[in-house]
Design a binder for this molecule. Structure first.
Ligand code: UD1
Length: 421
């Protein structure tokens, strides 16, 4: 199994270019199921999760080409099955996103309960509630879930989500795009990835309004044409590099950023004394001008502070003087990095969904485990400022979601090495 060896590094310095967003491209790829022609996607990151989604779509009958780096062409001459393979689906939770489009397009979808990061129970009840509201019959048996549309296809309806789930909003939006009549998703997720998906679907001929607000209106259409689309920059990768600059007290320029998408991260870093400024060339993060101070964060659905940046931010908070609290409200089991950071000498206590960080003690290298994708990134950040060497195992989690991770960090002066055991 491959590992990362991270050594205490000089303050990071230089430029980094942000890739297309993992969480945007996966639903876009699934949405290609709805389309009768070829869909072209640009700025597609080279990630393991993208490979898994390619395999899932290919098994469903897709013809996928990559004419050049970062470009994907997806076409479905035929949908050969409406069942997503267990071996593929168990690798990635986002594979559930094929369910809505398959159901809308073929009238039936059967998918194994998805896998992915172990950051909580992560049920799919809200996705299923949405399909049922559109008239589908949902059957759950032997770890499989099957949805069957009524004769004549799905029918538009109002769907209220108990929680603004990103995946459920995407799945229901895709299913409703080809339904008869109008669907309203209320208490919808407002994440930029939802807006990107709506823009993509609208280019294909869908009639979607309100994406990016808590109410999305979808007027069903009969046919979706091909289109081309550039994936939005990855706001979580952006946040990770903002924190890499901050934790090492460095000075970096981050290119290909949508500043609005990372507002809560920038606001919190500024509160701690980090300079975050947009210039003509991108976002400057400067953390070497004055001593930094503690802060409190609480994760929330967008536009609140992103849960995916909670663990990298916590690594940073271990390095500033004073006490900080972190409250996680989106996932119920997202503190697995705490034990690993404490092994590196951090002083973090948790109680339920609250963590108290007493910062400024100085970290030491240790053998730690990347328990999930973002926790893995958090440990790399900690390793950059810890005395000695930090050995991080189970890095396949990190490689699921960060493109050219080692190369980008090395370019900024980080001392990081990937080794195969
Ligand atoms: C997406 C992101 C993930 C991010 C998360 C929250 C992708 C591929 N992944 O995941 O990186 O951390 O949004 O910003 O885009 N829930 C239910 N029932 C459901 C669905 C969700 O109870 O049917 C709960 C989940 O258990 C969790 C919360 O809602 O506690 C948020 O989940 P959701 O927004 O659906 O996250 P994902 O779409 O899985």
């Amino acid at each position: 199994m491959a590992k990362f060896l991270v050594q205490k590094s000089e303050p990071l310095n230089g430029e980094v270019y942000i890739s297309g967003a993992k969480n945007a491209v996966l639903p876009l790829m699934a949405a290609a199921i709805l389309c009768d022609e070829k869909c072209v996607m640009m700025d597609v990151p080279d990630l393991r999760d993208v490979e898994v989604m390619k395999d899932i779509l290919t098994a469903l009958g897709a013809k996928i080409d990559a004419p050049q780096t970062g470009t994907l062409e997806i076409e479905f001459p035929n949908i050969t099955t409406n069942e997503a393979d267990y071996e593929l689906v168990r690798k990635m939770r986002a594979s559930i996103l094929v369910m809505g489009p398959l159901l809308a397009k073929t009238g039936r979808a059967r998918v194994h309960m998805p896998g992915g990061c172990t950051i909580g129970a992560r049920p799919i009840d809200l996705h299923l509630k949405g399909f049922e509201a559109l008239g589908a019959q949902v059957i759950q048996k032997d770890n499989y879930v099957e949805a069957i549309a009524p004769e004549g296809g799905l029918v538009g309806e109002s769907v209220y989500l108990d929680f603004p789930s990103v995946g459920a909003t995407e799945n229901i939006m895709m299913a409703a795009a080809l339904a008869q009549g109008t669907t309203y998703i209320e208490n919808a997720a407002e994440e930029p990835e939802i807006v990107d998906l709506a823009n993509f679907l609208n280019k294909m001929g869908a009639r979607i309004k309100g994406a990016g607000t808590d109410t999305i209106k979808i007027e069903g259409v009969k046919y979706m044409r091909g289109c081309s689309h550039t994936v939005i920059p990855d706001r979580i990768e952006t946040g990770t590099f903002m924190l890499a600059g901050a934790i090492t007290r460095g000075e970096i320029l981050i290119r290909n950023v949508v500043p609005d998408h990372v507002k809560p991260i920038a606001a919190k870093l500024r509160e701690c004394g980090v300079i975050v400024e947009m210039g003509d060339e991108g976002m400057y993060v400067v953390a070497d001008r004055k001593p930094l101070t503690s802060t409190d964060i609480k994760t929330l659905p967008y536009p609140g502070f992103p849960t995916d940046i909670q663990s990298p931010f916590m690594s940073f908070l271990t390095t500033v003087e004073g006490s900080s609290t972190v409250i996680e409200t989106v996932f119920e089991n997202r503190f697995m990095h705490v034990a690993e950071l404490n092994r590196m000498g951090a002083n973090i206590k948790t109680e339920g969904n609250k963590a108290l960080i007493r910062g400024g003690r100085g970290l030491e290298g240790a053998q730690v485990i990347a328990t999930d994708l973002r926790a893995g990134a958090a440990l790399v950040l900690a390793g950059l400022v810890a005395k000695g060497t930090t050995e991080i195992s189970e890095i396949y989690h990190i490689e699921r979601g960060y493109e050219h991770f080692v190369k980008k960090f090395k370019n900024l002066g980080a001392n990081i090495l990937r080794i195969d055991d």
